[in-house]
Design a protein around this ligand. Structure first.
Ligand code: PMP
Length: 359
């Protein structure tokens, strides 16, 4: 039997999502929170995990966790709003669920480029076409191009990462509003980096019929749990819920996330430190005349190497034991760009020392 005869062509030409093995390197490549569960919470957490009934299927609706998340994430509730949420195995799964719900030959997903790669990949997985609209040089939305593309392609789904990955900036609120007004499809404001952005479209749910807001617990320090949520009008979410596989949120995730959110102030303190470290790192990186460093509202910083070679610097940092993300291979506006996740203060210092040796 031949692969060519059975597997779809568009899948055959893909490369599997590659995650480099960090070994013992300082890991500043994947926008994780560098802090572990604090020791003070460890015993109480382990006790809960000990009693989790792993022989039973978990609550299929994760009801307790859902209600904790709704309130923690500030999903607007009221007499006039009928907003609700659906949980996913990471927000990746939610992107997939939305795509599956709307997929039909010829239909399209649209997002600004460069953006989060899974929008494009999941479009391909689900048989949708993907339209990437290039950002302007300063990584803001190219509104005439966005509006033209929306009118021309009539995308069923538009993804706007707020802040954007890998550029780190927030798109302008009034431009997002314009897109919401013009789009005939759903517009997902992806707030994966919300703990570091200090602004949100969540309070505006219900104001636009087609607005959905996606969040994740990954960047707040719980990436290993794989838990994302999509909030929006009940009429959309209840359709997506039909596609969700039963028990997609496992018992250990349910128990741990509920526990963590009871102690949310611990994770918020970590986010505050990460924001301070981001600002420190921005200043330190800006001292290098060889770099153009882009302001960030996320937990990572993108820079462009103006003098020298990004790939060489990336390799040299690896030799010094620091792993960052080489964005150069993506091409376009990311040519000669490197993306650095904010780590622990000592890791950020180690990065700066290693960079001094590498440029
Ligand atoms: N959205 C954006 C913009 C991201 O950068 C990422 C992950 N890097 C995700 C979603 C996926 O997050 P999760 O871990 O919840 O799948």
């Amino acid at each position: 039997m031949k692969v060519e005869n059975l597997i779809r062509k568009e899948i055959q030409v893909l490369n599997a999502y590659h995650v480099p093995d960090p070994g013992k390197m300082i890991k500043l490549d994947a926008m994780e929170n560098p802090y572990h569960m604090p020791d003070a919470l460890m015993d109480e957490w382990l006790e809960l995990v000990k009693h989790a009934e792993i022989n039973r299927y978990p609550d299929p609706a994760a009801s307790k966790l859902s209600s904790v998340l709704k309130s923690y994430m500030g999903v607007p509730q009221g007499i006039t709003s009928d907003n609700t949420i659906i949980l996913g195995n990471g927000s990746d799964e939610l992107i997939q669920i939305m795509a599956m719900a709307v997929a039909q030959p010829g239909r399209k997903i649209l997002a600004p480029e460069p953006g989060f790669v899974m929008y494009n990949m999941i479009a391909t997985f689900t048989g949708l076409e993907y339209v990437g609209v290039p950002l302007k040089e300063d990584f803001s939305l190219d509104m005439p191009a966005m509006l033209d593309a929306i009118r021309l392609h009539q995308p069923v789904l538009i993804f706007l990462a707020y802040p954007n990955n890998p550029t780190g900036n927030l798109f302008a609120d009034d431009e997002i509003e314009e897109i919401l007004n013009v789009a005939q499809g759903l517009v997902v404001v992806d707030e994966a980096y919300h703990p570091f952005a200090c602004t949100s479209f969540m309070p505006r749910l219900g104001e636009f019929d087609n607005l959905l807001v996606m969040r994740t617990v990954s960047k707040m320090g719980l990436a290993g749990l794989r838990l994302g949520l999509l909030a929006g009008p009940e009429k959309w979410i209840s359709e997506f819920d039909k596609i969700r596989l039963p028990y997609n949120i496992n018992i250990l995730t349910q128990v741990t996330a509920e526990f963590a959110l009871k102690h949310a102030e611990v994770f918020e303190q970590q986010a505050t430190t990460i924001r301070e470290q981001r600002d420190w790192l921005f200043k330190e990186l800006s001292v290098f005349s060889q770099f153009d460093v882009f302001p960030s509202r996320a937990n990572f910083i993108l820079l462009r190497v103006l003098e020298g070679d990004a790939s060489q610097i990336f390799e040299s940092l690896k030799q010094c034991g620091v792993l960052i993300k080489n964005s150069h291979s993506a091409g376009g506006v990311l040519t000669q760009c490197l993306r650095i996740t904010v780590g622990l203060p000592e890791e950020n210092q180690a990065l700066i020392s290693a960079l001094k040796k590498s440029v």
